[in-house]
Unconditional design. Structure first.
Lengths: 111, 115
C-alpha cells in the first residue's frame, strides 16, 4: 500500500524557520506535493517536486530526495497566518494519476 | 469567478437515509475527485472521475456512490450502507495533465453529521 508519514504537530515562533518532514512508501511514485489547510477550510496547493533538490516559492521551499523517499517543506519568516495544517501528498502513476495524502502536520506559530 | 462550489456547507443525516452532496466546477477541468477527511487525519479518496460518464472507486468507496453526467458536476451520495458517515467531505478537480503536477483545486467542503 501507499503510506506517508509526517509529524503530527510542530510549534514555532513568529519570524523563525520551520521544517516539516515527510517520508513515503509508495509504488509508481511520480512526485511530492504540499498543501496547506486552515481550520475548516479547503486545502490549497503550495509546491511540487518531481526531481531531487530544492524548489523555492517565496517564503516556502520544498525539498525531495527520491533515493531516501523523503521530502520536506521549509517555511521561513514565519507569520501568524501560517498556523495551519500542512499535508504532503505523493503523486503516483496508477493509471489515474492520483494523489495519496499524508495525515498532516499541524503548525502553530506563537508570538 | 472560476472555482469549485460545494453545497450544502453543513448536512445532517438521519439513520437509514441517503444524502447527496453537490460539487460543481466552472474551471473546465476534466478530472474530479471526492475525499473524506476525519478529524486530525489526512484526505482519503472515495471516488474519482477522469471524464464525463466514467468514474472509478478510490480507497474507501464502500457506502458511497457518484455520477458524472456533466463535466461540471460530480455529486456524491452517502448511502445508508455507510455506517460511519460523520466527516468533512472535500471535492476537488484538476486540469488536463494536472499542469504536469496534478495540482488539485478544492471546494470549501461539506461537513456531514449523523442525527
Amino acid at each position: 500500500g501507499q503510506s506517508l508519514e509526517q509529524p503530527s504537530e510542530v510549534t514555532a515562533v513568529e519570524g523563525a524557520i520551520v521544517q516539516i518532514n515527510c517520508t513515503y512508501q509508495t509504488s509508481g511514485f511520480y512526485g511530492l506535493s504540499w498543501y496547506q489547510q486552515h481550520d475548516g477550510g479547503a486545502p490549497t496547493f503550495l509546491s511540487y517536486n518531481a526531481l531531487d533538490g530544492l524548489e523555492e516559492t517565496g517564503r516556502f521551499s520544498s525539498f525531495l530526495s527520491r533515493s531516501d523517499s523523503y521530502g520536506y517543506l521549509l517555511l521561513q519568516e514565519l507569520q501568524m497566518k501560517d498556523s495551519a495544517s500542512y499535508f504532503c501528498a505523493a503523486r503516483v502513476q496508477t493509471g489515474a494519476n492520483n494523489l495519496f495524502f499524508g495525515t498532516g502536520t499541524r503548525l502553530t506559530v506563537i508570538p | 469567478d472560476g472555482g469549485i462550489t460545494q453545497s450544502p456547507k453543513y448536512l445532517f443525516r438521519k439513520e437509514g437515509q441517503n444524502v447527496t452532496l453537490s460539487c460543481e466546477q466552472n474551471l473546465n477541468h476534466d478530472a474530479m475527485y471526492w475525499y473524506r477527511q476525519d478529524p486530525g487525519q489526512g484526505l482519503r479518496l472515495i471516488y474519482y472521475s477522469q471524464i464525463v460518464n466514467d468514474f472509478q472507486k478510490g480507497d474507501i468507496a464502500e457506502g458511497y456512490s457518484v455520477s458524472r453526467e456533466k463535466k461540471e458536476s460530480f455529486p456524491l451520495t452517502v448511502t445508508s450502507a455507510q455506517k460511519n458517515p460523520t466527516a468533512f467531505y472535500l471535492c476537488a478537480s484538476s486540469p488536463p495533465g494536472g499542469e504536469g503536477k496534478n495540482i488539485q483545486y478544492f471546494g470549501a467542503g461539506t461537513r456531514l453529521s449523523v442525527l
